[in-house]
Design a protein around this ligand. Structure first.
Ligand SMILES: O=C(O)CCC(=O)C(=O)O
Length: 338
């Protein structure tokens, strides 16, 4: 393969040869210089078994360790996401009527949890996706804890973007300890505000972050952002088809950017922690609705432990769109030393 075909121009002649060899060894792994995330597409057999095969495991882990993010393609029935999206469009109208509505980082970005009830909104391929659970265990190790269910809404006609930030706003080990599975309920791209991501930045820690603000929030310092912008790996907005999952290491730099389209861009976020990470988060579910039983049953034998707090339905509904994680949904921010 020529260096041009491999996307690696401007390098010494021996390096493209090495990259070509690497590409033959793992065809699905785009050269690092392309600044493109790995896409892993499960076969019908892998979907039926709920397990990735060895070739896809190799590709997935290579992408995650190199880039900190991978797109898991065609994991969810798009028709299920249409149903959730329809709910979220109506939910957004209700949210926008609220006084003092919180906007994440001051941008046109709302925290909104997806509906878990009534059961017509609870889809197994969204919340109990065996391939997703397999990916979580491959990356975080066995017995991962599932402790976050939330979502982000990039409102139409956005004009204010978020600062580049990492959700791992604490001193953490230089190892995978938390992942977020982002599920867009529509096709997502630069046209409608897909999340800006910065490949390879999961290797940074607090040295790249501003001191914590009043709620513990930090962002990436201008100095680090500017330097990265001029590197081969600036931030960009990926194209993610409805039904695919953007699987990212929590340490990855990213930002909610403007949705310039006319329609809401909604994205579910499911968060999983390594079993050895002592976060105290739990996600809220409505009590007495069967959601608890369904989640316990659906995660059994999949090495995933859901950590939940059951709330009376009314209270749950009030808190579904809570934006702060300072209470039970607090994720990992407290850090830990042991
Ligand atoms: O909605 C998005 O695209 C990302 C939002 C985000 O990163 C945040 O609110 O912290």
């Amino acid at each position: 393969m020529s260096p041009q075909a491999n996307g690696d121009t401007g390098l010494s002649s021996t390096i493209p040869n090495k990259l070509a060899q690497q590409h033959e060894y793992m065809p699905g792994l785009p050269p690092k210089s392309l600044n493109t995330p790995v896409e892993v597409t499960p076969s019908p057999e892998e979907k039926a078994a709920g397990r990735f095969d060895d070739a896809n495991i190799k590709l997935f882990l290579s992408g995650m360790h190199r880039d900190g993010v991978v797109i898991l393609k065609d994991m969810i029935d798009p028709a299920h996401l249409d149903v959730i999206n329809e709910f979220m469009v109506e939910d957004t109208k209700r949210e926008l009527n609220k006084k003092d509505l919180h906007r994440n980082f001051g941008a046109e970005n709302l925290q909104q949890g997806p509906p878990l009830t009534p059961s017509k909104y609870f889809f197994d391929d969204v919340y109990l996706n065996k391939l997703l659970f397999h990916a979580v265990n491959l990356y975080l190790g066995p017995n991962a804890k599932w402790n976050m269910v939330t979502g982000n809404n990039a409102l139409p006609h956005g004009v204010q973007r978020q600062p580049v930030h990492s959700d791992a706003m604490c001193a953490h080990p230089p190892a995978p300890f938390y992942v977020v599975a982002n599920v867009y309920t529509t096709d997502a791209s630069a046209a409608n505000g897909s999340t800006e991501i910065w490949l390879g930045t999961h290797h940074f820690n607090t040295e790249a972050q501003t001191p914590p603000g009043p709620h513990g929030e930090t962002h990436i310092t201008d100095e680090y952002v500017e330097e990265r912008k001029t590197s081969l790996h600036p931030g960009f907005q990926p194209t993610v088809k409805k039904g695919s999952i953007l699987f990212r290491d929590m340490r990855l730099w990213h930002a909610g950017v403007c949705n310039k389209s006319d329609a809401t861009r909604y994205m579910i976020a499911l968060g999983f922690s390594a079993s050895w990470w002592h976060g105290t988060a739990r996600f809220r579910i409505p009590a007495g609705t069967g959601v608890y039983e369904r989640l316990m049953h659906g995660t059994k034998n999949h090495n995933i432990t859901p950590l939940m707090v059951e709330l009376p339905q009314e209270e749950y509904e009030k808190l579904r769109n809570a934006h702060d994680f300072s209470d039970v949904e607090k994720m990992t921010y407290e850090g830990e030393i042991f």
